[in-house]
Design a protein around this ligand. Sequence first.
Ligand SMILES: [Zn+2]
Length: 404
Amino acid sequence: MMTRRTLLRTSLRTAAGLPALLSLPRSLRGAEFDLVIRDGHVIDPAQNIDRPADVAIRAGRIALIRPHIPAESATESLDARGQLVVPGLIDIHLHARDSTLLPPEILSTGVTSMVDGGSRGADNLAQVVEIARNAPNRMRILINISRLGNNPNPDPARRGEFMDGLELADVAKARAAIEQNRQWVMGMKARLSRNIAANHDLEVLRLAVQAATPSGIPIMIHMGDTASPLPEILKILRPGDIVTHLYAPPPHGIQDDAGRILPEVRAARRRGIRFDFGNGRTEHWTWAVAQSALAQGFPPDTISTDLEVGGRSEQVFDLPTVMSKFLLLGMPLRQVVACVTANAARSFGEFRDLGSLRKGAAADVTLLELTKGTFNFVDNYKGMRTGMQKLVTRAVVVAGKRVV
Ligand SMILES: [Zn+2]
């Protein structure tokens, strides 16, 4: 096929009677690409790519994936020998509310798009919007159905959003805040555990549905130790809604008393409810539940960190570390990558075009190395397991520019 470039080259050559354009120095001629990432192993589950290849980028977009793209064809080249080249990682559940320093730190770990999972509600949303506005990566927000967000009450017994009743679940205020912040708010968060919602879990969720419905945004619920059995909660969820902390231990997890995945949980997945990991630090998962569920064919759709400031130095650390826990549990690398790229992108309409290196996509790319050694990982109950490999971020490209 004759591209515009070859056409131009040919016509110049014809007109001048010699290869005029090619005889110009590169600086005048202009390179074909801005950046080429060379000699890495590309994993892009959305396109079924899992092989050695080079990735060329032009004007902030993916231009080409194929073996042996010459370094001279680009203004800059990035050596990816021994590394995995994957779409920029997407973390759909973390908390970036505490510090303007957190988004840059998270970006340095390879996360080019991320979602604050309900840190703030209608009354204090501006605080987290301001952090999103200043973030160097793409940050979006789930608004908490509680107008104060994750309740900051200093009294430990009253810390949950709805320990004193439903007063903080203000549907009208939530709707107004969503409308006023549509460019930032992609969904709603409702935390339903007994230490947050007491025995109001179903009522809280119904109010969240009322608040989210006019704008058509999904709801992410925080499950685990709820007053109601999980199937009662799942009945209220709509296709596209997300259940985070899917490997929370009993009571009222995804398994019955004998450890079998509940049929209602499988049915929920079939009708489009999505299940997210949400590592966090307290009471969200055990090795035993994760291993049992994986053995029964119930992996997470998405792997997320539920990271906040404290998790940076304990248990969670970063998304590649959390991904490594699933390698230890035996999930294939390619599926682990899918959970933080293609699958994560499908969780929110606005992220639909992310999570892949397809031609024309935003050139957000993460370079990971699968390091070998002896690495300890813990669950939320101090259970430790030792793995022999760990993913570590080596470089990050955002919109075609190397930032790490
Ligand atoms: Zn969370």
